[in-house]
Design a protein around this ligand. Structure first.
Ligand code: ADP
Length: 259
């Protein structure tokens, strides 16, 4: 796949410019933020200097996921300084730009300006920014593509038809804008009952892999629907931080992103 070759070259070239890996989904609730946080941590554990940008204006959830809820970023000379997290991945979130609990109802230009403040912050020696986008194909996505030129996009979907139809729209936006698609991650694939051990597929199984094949893009891996992932996320202790060297299924995704 031409896009993937290109991304690998970009990721392994000199660390002069910061590369943005955009994590996108067609709809909300499919685990895009969960994948972003864990991908960033898994990449950091593989030696990358990674920063995390939470650009999901509709539901900035990274501060909670990364265990720094309520910590507000400082600024120096009007430039934001990312917040240190316990996982070696500095973070800036749209949520940190407004008072806590306040709804974010920005119009396009404001959201675009806020995104610029997050991306052009004082990231120090960070060479890769994992950027958690809002779901869908709106203003933030367009600004990000036009102004910040991502090196590639990771698309997250559940195996379900509806989520996949929306994921295709997100893919289409990147492809039309010339942004390489790094690949598709299937999240919430297969649930193993902790009591009887039986595996069931609440959102179907294999749909994202089949869709990736049909679209000619890489399939980056399957992440199971696990209570442990939900609990760890809610506790601000992302599973990729605690799964030994491999970082679990998120490590598989990170290995595909960073060869
Ligand atoms: P999005 O960013 O796409 O809106 P989130 O990452 O916020 O989605 O995930 C939505 C909810 O699903 C969260 O409560 C999260 O903890 C949970 N979740 C995401 N992925 C998994 C998974 N693989 N197993 C269990 N729960 C998950």
């Amino acid at each position: 796949v031409p896009g993937i070759t290109e991304v690998r070259v970009l990721l392994t070239s000199e660390r002069r410019t910061r590369r943005i890996i955009a994590v996108a989904s067609g709809k909300g609730g499919v685990g895009k933020s969960t994948v972003s946080a864990n991908l960033a941590i898994a990449l950091a554990r593989r030696g990358r200097k990674v920063g995390l940008v939470d650009a999901d204006i509709y539901g900035p959830s990274q501060p909670k996921l990364m265990g720094v809820e309520g910590v507000r970023p400082k600024a120096r000379d009007k430039t934001l300084i990312p917040i240190d997290t316990p996982y070696g991945v500095p973070l800036l979130s749209m949520g940190g730009l407004v008072a806590e609990g306040q709804a974010i109802a920005w119009r396009g230009p404001m959201a675009g300006g806020a995104l610029g403040q997050l991306v052009d912050a004082d990231w120090g020696d960070v060479d890769t920014l994992v950027l958690d986008l809002p779901p869908g194909t709106g203003d933030v996505q367009l600004t990000m593509i036009q102004k910040h030129k991502p090196a590639g996009a990771v698309i997250v979907s559940t195996p379900q038809d509806l989520a996949l139809i929306d994921a295709r729209r997100a893919i289409d936006l990147f492809v039309k804008a010339g942004v390489p698609i790094i690949g598709l991650v299937e999240n919430m694939a297969g649930y193993q009952c902790p009591h009887c051990g039986e595996v069931s597929d609440p959102f179907g199984c294999g749909g994202a892999e089949a869709a990736a094949k049909a679209l000619g893009i890489a399939f980056l891996g399957r992440i199971p629907l696990q209570i442990a992932i939900r609990l760890a996320s809610d506790a601000g202790t992302p599973p990729a931080a605690g799964n030994g060297e491999s970082a679990g299924p998120f490590g598989v995704v990170a290995d595909s992103v960073y060869q």
